[in-house]
Design a protein around this ligand. Structure first.
Ligand code: HEM
Length: 113
């Protein structure tokens, strides 16, 4: 009886370990490749107007502010989405870069060569 119990227990542990391993293999690891790539010219399309998404660029990364209530129709305190606002957020905004952690980072700016 004891042997049977030990046999079943070892089987259970083996199966559990296998299950954990399978899960790990199947879990997608986010990579840099999932970020979209846009030139500044392409970025200008995403200005949040006429139902288009609102994207902004800061320090080479692209952020999606479409769903932010502070960026309705792509406008925020006199500034417009669809462009690189690095200088403004660092030198003119009261909050600085830290508010960017509240919106999704979705891409990188490329030169288009
Ligand atoms: C003089 C210019 C600006 C002013 C006065 C301003 C002010 C504000 C205020 C009052 C908020 C909401 C309150 C808070 O800080 O939590 C906010 C949120 C935010 N701002 Fe600005 N901002 C300025 C420029 C910018 C710029 C240039 C960017 C981007 C490059 C930016 C990105 C954000 C983001 C991502 C949020 C958070 C949005 C959210 O939580 O949904 N801001 N800003």
């Amino acid at each position: 009886m004891k042997r049977l119990f030990l046999f079943m227990l070892s089987g259970f542990i083996t199966l559990s370990l296998f299950a954990c391993q399978t899960e790990e293999v199947n879990t997608p690891i986010p990579t840099q490749e999932e970020l979209i790539e846009l030139t500044l010219e392409e970025l200008s399309y995403y200005n949040g107007k006429d139902g288009k998404p609102a994207y902004i660029a800061v320090q080479g990364f692209i952020y999606d502010v479409t769903n932010s209530s502070f960026w309705q129709n792509g406008s925020h305190n006199g500034f417009e989405a669809g462009q690189d606002l690095t200088d403004i957020i660092i030198n003119q905004s009261p909050h600085g870069l830290e508010n960017l952690s509240r919106v999704p980072k979705i891409g990188i700016v490329v030169t288009g060569e």
